[in-house]
Design a protein around this ligand. Structure first.
Ligand SMILES: NC(=O)c1ccc[n+]([C@@H]2O[C@H](COP(=O)([O-])OP(=O)(O)OC[C@H]3O[C@@H](n4cnc5c(N)ncnc54)[C@H](OP(=O)(O)O)[C@@H]3O)[C@@H](O)[C@H]2O)c1
Length: 350
């Protein structure tokens, strides 16, 4: 094993301290110091530089994980999720070298011992390694595999200010969309989506001062897309999905990527999002509704990274994200994500 004497003997990590009945709050987490073992054969020690704060954790903590390709989190467990870092020690037989930058799933800690087979070296495909935490591949995969965007299409992206949505709009445009419409619950984010990311119109979803929000949302959609929508990328579900079915043109393609309406509901456990939609509209309009799961499309990530890197370098796209400094602030960052306080992906910087 190649190892230097200055390597840490402990790692700081975020654990689930208790399972809440509603949405997790910072008091349900603890940042602890845990012993760090040296990497064994085929393993590497990674110094994490950034990890992603993401809504799927709510589902894993809620325990309602049927069909989710990740294990549930119980009290005492260390959180996990996408991270990018640098190899600082490598065990015998590891194909990785000290200094390699890799992505892996042992986020929420400052150092991680990871099987080299579970690390992906990132090279210099993207100008900044943090961009490997982007969630744009699910938008790109949806628009190229499930719900193809054709030249001139009208595309609706729900949850447009989130990690997926801030890339989905620009990606739809680059793939030929003629009109791109987003949704958010925040008027300030609506302004930013139009000014910074080229959304043509942004609708305000969720409950607020709108009274009967379903009628209001459907009315906003009818005004923004008087001829209907050709493609939906949905990360919200609920009334927004129902309204999109009503506004769909004949032969429209819907990719369902997430269901924040149920996932981040304090009344549910995070793994269900029931919604009443008019199935007769689906029949008569010949709609296709397909769920997108990254694990079903293993070929997408590499293709996305190639195109994302080229678009970033040419300035045709950006990676909207917020960097939160320090692992101690990570539990608060998750709460802020639940509250919709940020724009784009939320990343903890170590
Ligand atoms: N299928 C896949 O492979 C895949 C991959 C990545 C993500 N996902 C899923 O896609 C969804 C979006 O992920 P993301 O990473 O983009 O999320 P995100 O960045 O956490 O999105 C957060 C934004 O969603 C909005 N939001 C929060 N609660 C909401 C609610 N109840 N109703 C409507 N909007 C709400 C808020 O924005 P506003 O303030 O603007 O409302 C918030 O800023 C999640 O369900 C996630 O699990 C799936």
């Amino acid at each position: 094993m190649s190892v230097t004497p200055s390597l840490p003997r402990t790692a700081r990590e975020v654990r689930l301290a208790s399972v809440p009945s509603g949405l997790p709050a910072p008091e349900n987490f603890a940042v602890v110091e845990a012993p760090l073992t040296a990497p064994g054969a085929g393993q590497v020690l990674v110094r994490n530089r950034h990890f992603l704060v993401f809504p799927g954790l709510r589902t894993l903590i809620g325990g309602e994980v049927d069909g989710v390709p990740l294990p549930a989190l119980s009290s005492g467990d260390t959180l996990f999720g996408p991270a990018v870092g640098e190899v600082v020690a490598a065990g015998h037989g590891s194909p990785l070298r000290i200094g390699d930058t890799v992505t892996h799933l042992q986020g929420w800690r400052d150092h991680a011992v990871v099987d080299a087979a579970h690390c992906t070296p990132v090279g210099d495909t993207l100008p900044d390694p943090v961009a490997h935490l982007s969630q744009g591949s699910s938008a790109y995969g949806s628009f190229t595999r499930l719900a193809p965007v054709r030249t001139g299409d009208t595309v609706l992206v729900t949850g447009a200010a989130g990690a997926v949505g801030t890339l989905a709009g620009p990606v739809a445009r680059l793939l030929g969309a003629g009109r791109v419409i987003g949704t958010t619950r925040s008027p300030e984010k609506a302004e930013r989506l139009m000014a910074e990311l080229g959304y043509d119109a942004v609708l305000l979803g969720g409950e607020g001062d709108l009274g009967d929000s379903r009628a209001s949302f459907a009315a906003q959609l009818a005004e923004a897309a008087p001829d209907g929508i050709d493609v939906l990328l949905d990360t919200v579900g609920g009334e927004q999905l129902a309204a999109a079915v009503g506004a769909a043109r004949h032969g429209a393609r819907f990719a369902l990527v997430g269901a924040l309406d149920g996932q981040l509901s304090a009344r549910r456990a995070g793994g269900s999002a029931p919604v009443e939609i008019d199935s007769f509209r689906i029949v008569v309009k010949g709609l296709s509704l397909r769920g997108y799961s990254g694990t079903d499309h293993p070929d997408v990530e590499e293709e996305w990274n190639g195109r994302f890197g080229a678009w970033l370098r040419s300035g045709e796209i950006s990676f909207p994200h917020v960097r939160i400094p320090g692992i101690d602030r990570a539990p608060q960052a998750l709460q802020e994500l639940f509250e919709g306080r940020h724009f784009g992906a939320v990343v903890v910087e170590l």
